[in-house]
Design a protein around this ligand. Structure first.
Ligand code: MN
Length: 381
């Protein structure tokens, strides 16, 4: 055995000699190391090759390389306090169009690998500021029973949001950014924010109103069928989770009833900015209308990726032509800086329909990055 190792070392050595003759000389860092609290520890003494730092494509994929913490395990969560947590909700069995958003969380994480650095627009580096940001992985949700899965997600939100924070001077309740999952998953998030902060205003980016009465969308077949990705805002209103000054942005899909759906939408507390209103109002006008609607209240921002035009986000369940560009959406989101965002999500990402160039998941990751930046920019007690 020793002989084998020796000859292997010898051949490596001769390979090194040959390649150092042929190849251009490359200067490696003096020593490979892991970063510790008191400086660098050599990984293997004298080893010139670093295998511990520096790659966006190594290790297991978390959102933007943020550390993975199993937030469902007491000892782990308590030993790593966090201020903002990413939580995947792989659930897609309450959709009216194409399924596939259960793969959204992993798709968005893949799209987020190159995120980082200081924004040229805001000057902020959300990953290196006061907040300890972690990825809690996905909530374990059954795919065979929607009622049970949503109870699991309710509990996951309850647990993740009840952990201690690290920067207690900036807030004592961790805030969650959910990676969806179909839009039904927002209901669990709103139940959780209501528990901590009471009813909140919802800024809802979507091509659909999602306040449909369960007897209208779902056909009134059963109570079970009425809980779906087009009724969750109606249910949130019924449960008293949202306040009466919420707003939709980017609406363009047809309604089911010519007048009843709008009446019901107003009753659920919503005002509408249609997709084509952006042409008339511009980004600043849209931002102004959102801010004057929600005033100083705490807000939850929910982004259905289908608010984007299918050209920019083809990988979604119910795509509607005539939507925003990615740049327009990001401009609006970044301009909401200053609002107290207590929770957020990006949902309805179904990677199976994406382009090979990851068009949708890259956009969704950047949206989540903007949502994180809003939370870091404005701490909430
Ligand atoms: Mn939606």
């Amino acid at each position: 055995m020793e002989q084998v190792v020796k000859s292997f070392e010898m051949s490596l050595f001769s390979l090194f000699l040959v390649s150092s003759v042929v190849a251009r000389e490359i200067a490696f860092p003096p020593v490979a190391a892991v970063h510790g609290p008191t400086g660098q520890y050599p990984l293997v003494h004298g080893d010139p090759i670093d295998i511990t730092t520096g790659s966006q494509f190594s290790g297991l994929t978390t959102f933007a390389q943020m550390p993975y913490v199993n937030c469902f395990v007491d000892a782990e969560a308590e030993s790593t306090p966090y201020d903002i947590a990413f939580l995947g909700a792989p659930f897609d069995t309450a959709v009216t169009g194409r399924p596939g958003a259960r793969f959204g969380p992993s798709g968005i994480r893949l799209g987020s690998r190159r995120l980082g650095g200081w924004s040229v627009y805001t000057g902020l580096n959300a990953f290196q500021d006061w907040a300890n940001v972690v990825d809690c992985g996905d909530a374990p949700l059954t795919w065979l029973d929607n009622t049970f899965a949503l109870k699991q997600l309710d509990l996951a939100h309850k647990v993740v949001s009840s952990r201690p924070t690290k920067a207690t001077e900036h807030g004592t309740t961790p805030r969650i950014i959910t990676l969806g999952g179909d839009h039904t998953t927002t209901l669990s998030a709103l139940r959780s924010t209501n528990r901590h902060w009471g009813p909140v205003s919802v800024i809802h980016f979507d091509s659909h109103i999602d306040t449909w009465d369960p007897s209208v969308l779902g056909g009134g077949i059963s109570h079970y069928a009425g809980v779906n990705h087009g009724t969750f805002l109606h249910l949130a209103h019924e449960e008293g989770l949202i306040s009466n000054n919420s707003i939709h942005v980017g609406i363009r899909a047809p309604v089911v009833r010519p007048r009843g759906d709008y009446r019901n939408d107003i009753r659920c507390g919503f005002e509408i900015i249609k997709a084509r209103d952006l042409d008339r109002l511009g980004v600043d006008g849209v931002v102004e209308q959102i801010k004057s609607r929600v005033q100083n209240s705490r807000v939850y921002i929910s982004v259905d990726i289908d608010v984007l035009d299918p050209a920019y986000a083809p990988a979604t369940g119910t795509a509607e032509p005539g939507g925003f560009t990615t740049r327009e959406l990001l401009s609006v989101l970044d301009s909401l800086q200053g609002l107290p965002v207590i929770g957020a999500d990006v949902v309805e990402v179904a990677p199976a329909y994406d382009t090979a160039a990851e068009t949708t998941t890259l956009a969704a990751a950047e949206v989540a990055h903007s949502l994180l930046s809003l939370m870091v920019g404005t701490p909430v007690m």
